[in-house]
Design a protein around this ligand. Structure first.
Ligand code: SF4
Ligand code: SF4
Length: 87
């Protein structure tokens, strides 16, 4: 497992379009949810310096790495951190 999509995903399709490994797929049962096929995801290591899905994803905390940490944590895209968020 390299990267995974969380329930913060809004189903914009962007990551599916840029993944070089065709690892992103739409949830067949839940409209607007996407997942990453753990065996297909290479972490983009053979193609790019950064995971392309997380680079294009517009939603904070929608994609996590293999340590389950968000690649785009809260505030990283918007500059806004909610008062109750753990730092
Ligand atoms: S890290 Fe790269 S290979 Fe893995 S799902 Fe994201 S874009 Fe695809
Ligand atoms: S780019 Fe982000 S919000 Fe859009 S489908 Fe992928 S994980 Fe979901």
């Amino acid at each position: 497992m390299k990267y995974a999509i969380t329930d913060k995903c809004v189903g914009c399709y962007a990551c599916q379009l840029v993944c070089p490994s065709q690892a992103v797929y739409a949830d067949p049962d839940v409209n607007g949810r996407f997942h990453i096929h753990s065996r297909r995801c290479t972490g983009c290591e053979d193609h790019y310096d950064a995971p392309q899905c997380a680079s294009i994803c517009p939603i904070e905390e929608a994609i996590v790495n293999e340590m389950n940490l968000p690649v785009n944590p809260q505030g990283s895209l918007t500059g806004i951190i909610s008062p109750g968020a753990a730092l």
